[in-house]
Design a protein. Structure first.
Length: 550
């Protein structure tokens, strides 16, 4: 077991040098709004009301306490958790089937499988890893007949629920463990599991305002069914052939993939019933594990709550069941062909080596923002998201020519209305850096016709102030006053829609200071600091507050 755990940890050791990718900076912003246990259980407005994962945010806070807002500890927690999961899988395979060597081989396959890279290399993807830890721990504890182990399993299940809603599968899976082990049903433990589930749902309702979150899609029942089958087919296909992995899959694959999903579902049902009939209940349990832990992730297809309907990380928990199914397979091969034991082990090791290489190559994509978004843009070239995010990184590096090219590609790509608005706003900001006001203005006007987003009004306010500076340089005081008044109107409109943006408060404070409204300027500058303004934005706020005070 120790060797397999070491492989799991060593494989992801390079990720400890990686930075923050994709939504990771947003997580840091959300952490700054958490000030106590109450904020963990009842998240503040800055945290979207889609997911209820208090324990995940607690781990983020611990990481920040250990290392500040540097990436190392944030990565270490996930890498360490995945290594622990590899050991737990080995232990669970031994408890269910009594074969340490077969469990170790199955754990090796789990440790190196490329489908896990997204969950382990990405800081914000840790929820599946941690939920998997507690669900496996609860399952393994229930294989012991001791009473204390049963109650610890209930605690582990509760922690799994607070990590990710996928752990709800445990309400069905965990009571099955007694049946698998031919033990008597423990009604007190099962009752406690139900109580914990109801308590979790009540907390979720109170924290999010709803038990089931997300937005209903406009898909017809037939389209929804095909999408569900397509998602199952996608996940099963990636387990068997983990190539072409992407962090952003904008649509559920069609074609023959739904048929693969249907065959996988029917095949899983047949395997479950056949194994049960032959008294191979542990095998039936693991088939149920795969589909039950996959089911909550399929809700994303029915209730939109994520940027993509399918994702590699959603199969982390189901892959635990799939990996454990290898244990009875290996045992059966050895029993039928005892002389082939060494060949079996050599074959599994060889396949694992190939999978490890694929995982290392996939992991490198997560090492750098440019590599990451180039990969997304290459695999979803007809969609705006990858091009827009890649352009943002170029803009942050002040590489305006490649940023402009990517933003123009994004405008040609498919996007939701708000996504197109963001692309228009970003391209307008790029033109503002070049003082190309006539090129920026129509983009902002187009964005406002789509959706009156606060960022658009902020950019209009910023452009008005830049025009005021130009007018000031030319000695045109009437134009200066006109542009400053326009800027105030735009920024006030921005704050009506989005009142919690520190940048907008700071810029409005500067505008009001220019208009000699010192009390109004002080109010907005102080509000920006209350909202957690950081870096240069906070420095400007403090500098103007000193000027207002003088």
């Amino acid at each position: 077991m120790a060797l397999v755990v070491a492989v799991a940890f060593g494989l992801y050791w390079p990720t400890l040098r990686y930075g923050f990718i994709w939504d990771d900076p947003i997580v840091l912003e959300q952490l700054r709004a958490l000030h106590g246990l109450g904020d963990l259980l009842f998240p503040p407005a800055i945290i979207p009301k889609f997911y209820y994962r208090p324990l995940i945010f607690l781990t983020f806070l611990i990481d920040r306490t250990l290392g500040g807002e540097t990436p190392f500890w944030f990565h270490f927690t996930v890498v360490f958790g995945n290594a622990i999961n590899t050991g737990l899988l080995c232990w669970l395979g031994w408890r269910l089937f009594g074969s340490a060597w077969a469990a170790a081989l199955a754990a090796l396959v789990f440790a190196v499988h490329p489908i896990h890279v997204e969950s382990v290399a990405w800081i914000a993807g840790r929820s599946d890893v941690i939920a998997g830890t507690f669900l496996m721990l609860a399952t393994g504890l229930l294989t012991y007949e001791r009473r204390w182990a049963g109650w610890l399993a209930v605690v582990a299940y509760a922690l799994g629920l607070l990590s990710k809603e996928t752990a709800l599968a445990g309400l069905v899976l965990l009571p099955m463990v007694d049946i698998v082990r031919n033990q008597r049903v423990r009604w007190d433990i099962d009752g406690a599991l139900l109580f914990v589930t109801l308590a979790y749902l009540a907390l979720r309702q109170a924290g999010l305002g709803a038990t089931v979150t997300g937005f209903a899609t406009n898909a017809t029942p037939t389209e929804t069914l095909l999408n569900l089958l397509g998602a199952v087919g996608f996940y099963v296909g990636k387990l068997f052939l983990p190539i072409g992995l992407s962090a952003y899959v904008p649509t559920v694959p069609g074609g023959v993939i739904p048929l693969l999903g249907l065959l996988a579902g029917l095949g899983g049902l047949v395997l479950l019933l056949l194994a049960w009939q032959r008294q191979q209940r542990a095998t039936s349990f693991l088939v149920a594990w795969f589909f039950l832990t996959l089911a909550p992730s399929l809700v994303v297809i029915i209730r939109y709550s994520a940027q993509a309907p399918v994702a590699d990380r959603y199969v982390y928990l189901p892959s635990i069941g799939a990996s454990l199914l290898l244990v009875p397979l290996f045992m059966r091969v050895k029993a039928r062909w005892p002389q082939a034991s060494r060949s079996l082990i050599a074959g599994v090791v060889a396949v694992s080596a190939v999978l490890a290489v694929l995982s290392l190559r996939r992991s490198e994509v997560w090492s750098d923002g440019v590599l990451f978004w180039q990969d997304v843009a290459a695999k979803a070239p007809d969609y705006a998201m990858g091009h827009r995010e890649l352009a943002q990184i170029y803009m942050d590096r002040n590489e305006l020519e490649p940023a402009e090219a990517e933003l123009k590609r994004a405008l040609q790509g498919k996007a939701a209305p708000e996504g197109r608005v963001m692309t228009l706003n970003n391209l307008a900001n790029l033109y503002l850096r070049r003082n190309q006001f006539d090129a920026a203005e129509p983009l902002l006007d187009e964005g406002l016709r789509i959706h009156k987003h606060p960022y658009l009004y902020y950019t209009l306010g910023r452009m008005a102030m830049m025009r005021a500076e130009q007018a000031q340089a030319h000695g045109d005081q009437d134009e200066v006053k006109r542009q400053v008044l326009l800027a105030r109107g735009y920024l006030e409109e921005s704050l009506k829609i989005g009142p919690d943006d520190p940048k907008t408060h700071v810029l409005l404070g500067q505008v009001l200071f220019a208009l000699q409204d010192r009390s109004g300027a002080r109010e907005h500058l102080e509000q920006a600091l209350k909202l957690g303004a950081r870096g240069g934005v906070a420095d400007v706020a403090r500098r103007y507050l000193k000027m207002v005070g003088s």
